[in-house]
Design a protein around this ligand. Structure first.
Ligand code: MV4
Length: 448
């Protein structure tokens, strides 16, 4: 096992990884930008190294600065957290070249899954259902029109280098397909320096259900059930839960088995997530693989009792997954609310600034993952997540009740947060019934 790990991230996930290291008797070395120099979690690390100024490009995205810190601290491994360098296959390769373990999947698996056209091909080979559409990249708008005529309108134009909803455009007829195709190509070239596009049939009012899996370096793969992340706004998740309230036991088993087949076909190791869209008839389709630990991973930790970050570290150190699939139980219901420093009544405008009041909820079945505290200042340079509030109860109804109580207790001021919209969501009849699709937020809260 490693004796020293560099944590190449900030905020709540840096703290989450530092905690896993402390639980495992591993020294955690933190890195920080000048904007984060006063962050209290740095005191929980064995040591902390400044890697640059405020801007992410010069600090948390600066591979050379992070690898220099890793060499200086003489670590055996780097945990990238999520975002920043977490899904950068070149960074994983640079770690390998420096003889430092990257705590995540192989550079090869990451590069392949990062190309959504290749991932789609892999899914088909693994007999995982994909949305009807192009077999590879689509070169011209004429070709796009031919494919759309075959699968039928409406369609969705997607960027091969996209993901997480970036670079997507719907088209409901030939004219908009032609113009959106050209726009999408230009956009993808600018955003990703890769203009490759593909086409799928548009799935209307989909639900987002994802399956957590773990693979080790000996080819063992297990799943840890699903999370429902349908409650999003502009591709930012607000609420996640497990089990999914939408799917029956049969669909659930098929979804989880499909994720394992795909991970196996990719030669995947470490923690990963296979994302599916579920349509109104209960059909499901592969979307993409997230080759990292995700923000919402604690939902799965609560229902399975497994520590996913510790598993990532053990797997990177070469340990096998000793769990058999039938030993991974799903207990009760868990819900997570992402508390962001944003103003929901002002189009979710980011609201950085000093926190003076920070009263954290607790009690049975409540977990709060946060790096914030009274006296902490939310920086304008990074994402606005300040806390993840989770509850775990025997049933979904009890979990909703526990979340209402916890949200009432949670007091953050004077900065604006998403706490009020979470309180409103927990009172919404459709949410309480588990009747939520990806348009719920716009339909229920925007322009009302
Ligand atoms: C789609 C879709 C409809 N049809 N693909 C957004 C995230 C990315 N992983 C896939 N996404 C979508 N892909 C087809 N063929 C609709 C979405 C989508 C969405 C998916 C999940 C959760 C929220 C969403 C919000 C808007 C669009």
């Amino acid at each position: 096992m490693f004796s020293r790990i560099l944590v190449a991230n900030r905020g709540e996930i840096a703290l989450r990884v530092i905690r896993a290291c402390r639980d495992m008797g591993i020294e955690a070395i933190a890195v920080f930008s000048r904007a984060d120099r006063d962050a209290a979690y740095l005191n929980l690390a064995h040591d902390a190294i400044c890697i640059g100024p405020e801007s992410p490009a010069q600090s948390y995205l600066n591979a050379a600065a992070i690898l220099s810190a890793a060499e200086l601290a003489d670590v055996q491994a780097i945990h990238p957290g999520y975002g920043f360098l977490a899904e950068n296959s070149k960074f994983a390769q640079m770690c390998r070249d420096c003889k430092i373990e990257f705590i995540g999947p192989s550079a090869e698996a990451m590069a392949m899954l990062g190309d959504k056209v290749q991932a789609r091909k892999l899914a088909k080979e693994a007999k995982v259902a994909t949305v009807p559409g192009s077999s590879g990249t689509v070169e011209t708008d004429d070709e796009a029109v031919t494919i759309a005529a075959k699968i039928g309108y409406p369609v969705m134009i997607k960027a091969a280098a996209g993901g997480g909803g970036r670079g997507m455009r719907p088209a409901h007829n030939e004219a908009t397909l032609r113009s959106n195709f050209r726009h999408a190509r230009a956009e993808a070239e600018t955003a990703f320096r890769d203009g490759n596009l593909y086409i799928e049939k548009l799935i209307e009012r989909p639900r987002h259900v994802e399956v957590q899996f773990l693979g080790d370096r000996r080819g063992n793969i297990v799943h840890l059930w699903e999370r429902d992340c349908s409650l999003q706004r502009r591709h930012q998740k607000l609420v996640e839960e497990s089990p999914s309230p939408h799917i029956n036991a049969r669909t659930r088993a098929k979804l989880c088995e499909a994720a394992v087949r795909l991970a196996r076909a990719a030669g995947y190791y470490s923690a990963g997530t296979c994302e599916f869209l579920v349509d109104e008839a209960g059909g499901f389709y592969f979307m993409e693989v997230n080759a990292r630990i995700q923000v919402e991973h604690p939902v799965t930790e609560l229902v399975t009792g497994e520590d996913l970050v510790q598993w990532q570290i053990r797997i990177a150190a070469g340990e096998p997954i000793k769990l058999r699939q039938d030993e991974i139980k799903h207990r009760g219901a868990a819900i997570e609310c992402r508390i962001n420093a944003e103003s929901p009544e002002d189009d979710f405008r980011p609201c950085p600034g000093p926190i003076h009041q920070f009263i954290v909820p607790g009690g049975p079945g409540v977990r709060v993952d946060t790096h914030a505290y009274a006296g902490y200042t939310v920086s304008p340079h990074y994402d606005s997540l300040i806390a993840k509030l989770l509850v775990h109860r025997p049933t979904r109804a009890e979990a909703v009740h526990a979340m209402r109580r916890a949200l009432e207790e949670f007091t953050i001021g004077p900065i604006k947060t998403t706490l009020p919209i979470h309180r409103a969501i927990m009172e919404q009849a459709d949410f309480v019934k588990g009747n939520v699709d990806t348009n719920f937020i716009e339909r229920t809260f925007v322009n009302k």
